[in-house]
Design a protein around this ligand. Structure first.
Ligand SMILES: [Zn+2]
Ligand SMILES: [Zn+2]
Length: 257
C-alpha cells in the first residue's frame, strides 16, 4: 500500500499540519489536515476516513471535507471510529449548530447521505474502503483508538493519541504481517508531567513501551504528532534512542508499505 503523509504534527503553524495520513488515495486516517492538504480532486476520491478520537486536531477538517464533497455531489464518505467517537461527532460537531448534520444531507448517490457514520467494535475486523481495519483502545484523556489497517497481506499500524499503553503492543506483537507503524510522540522528556496528564508519549516513555513489542528493532516506525514548539528537541531525543527503526516523516512524504 502507498502511505502519503498529509499532516504529521501535534499542532499547526504554516509549516506544521495536524494528523492526516492517506492510504492509496482513498482511505484517510484522521482528519486534522485532510482539506488543507488535499486538493478538491483528491478530496473527492476519498472513500472513508478513520477517526481515532474526537479531539479537534483529528477531526476538524471533516467539516470542510463534508461541505466540499456535498457541493461536488461526491459519493458518501464513510466516517469510521469507536462508538464513543462517533457519538461525540454526532453530538458535538455535526449537530446542526456547530456544523450542519451532513449525515442527513444528500450525497451525489441517490438516497444516501454525504457522511455515513460507521461504528467500529473494539478489535473486530471490519471492512472499510476495501481494507480490513481493527480498532484497538489506547490510553488518552478521552476514548481513543489505534488502528491496524490490512491490505493485500500487509498491515500498517496507527497509534492514535496515546501515552503508555499495553493492549496495542500485544495486538501488534500478534500481527505477523505488520510492515510499518505510525506512532505518536508529542512532548520532550522534560515535559514528562505534561505528557502524562494529557495522555501522550515522550521519547523516553515511548522507548519503554517499545520494549513490549518484540520486532521494534526491525519494524519501520514513523513518529508523528510532535508538538511544533518541541519539534527539534523531540527529534534530537529520538535520534539518541538506539536499537529501533525510528523515522520522523515530513509533510508530503510517500512510503510504499
Ligand atoms: Zn487527543
Ligand atoms: Zn492530537
Amino acid at each position: 500500500m502507498e502511505l502519503h503523509v498529509i499532516g504529521c504534527h501535534g499542532g499547526e503553524t504554516p509549516k506544521h499540519r495536524a494528523s492526516t495520513f492517506l492510504i492509496d488515495g482513498t482511505l484517510a486516517i484522521d482528519a486534522g489536515a485532510v482539506t488543507r492538504g488535499l486538493d478538491l480532486d483528491q478530496q473527492g476520491k476519498l472513500e472513508a476516513c478513520l477517526v481515532s478520537h474526537a479531539h479537534l486536531d483529528h477531526v476538524r477538517d471533516l467539516a470542510t471535507l463534508a461541505d466540499n464533497r456535498c457541493q461536488m455531489r461526491s459519493a458518501p464518505l464513510v466516517v469510521a471510529g469507536s462508538k464513543a467517537t462517533i457519538q461525540s461527532l454526532k453530538q458535538h460537531f455535526f449537530n446542526g449548530v456547530l456544523w450542519p448534520d451532513f449525515s442527513v444531507i444528500p450525497s451525489g448517490t441517490p438516497g444516501r447521505s454525504t457522511i455515513e457514520f460507521l461504528e467500529l467494535d473494539d478489535e473486530v475486523p471490519t471492512v472499510v474502503a476495501g481494507r480490513t481495519v481493527r480498532a484497538i483502545a489506547v490510553s488518552h484523556t478521552i476514548d481513543c483508538s489505534g488502528f491496524v489497517v490490512e491490505s493485500n497481506g500487509a498491515s500498517l499500524a496507527y497509534s492514535g493519541d496515546t501515552g503508555p499503553t499495553d493492549r496495542l503492543w500485544e495486538v501488534l506483537d500478534a500481527t505477523p504481517n505488520l510492515r510499518a507503524m505510525l506512532i505518536e510522540v508529542s512532548f520532550p522528556d522534560r515535559e514528562a508531567g505534561l505528557a502524562r496528564v494529557s495522555g501522550h508519549y515522550t521519547p523516553a516513555s515511548l522507548a519503554l513501551d517499545l520494549k513490549k513489542f518484540r520486532r521494534a528493532a526491525s519494524t519501520p516506525t514513523f513518529l508523528y504528532h510532535i508538538k511544533p514548539l518541541y519539534q527539534r528537541e523531540v527529534e534530537t531525543e529520538c535520534s539518541r534512542l538506539t536499537g529501533l527503526s525510528l523515522e520522523v516523516p515530513r509533510i508530503d512524504d510517500v512510503f510504499r508499505i
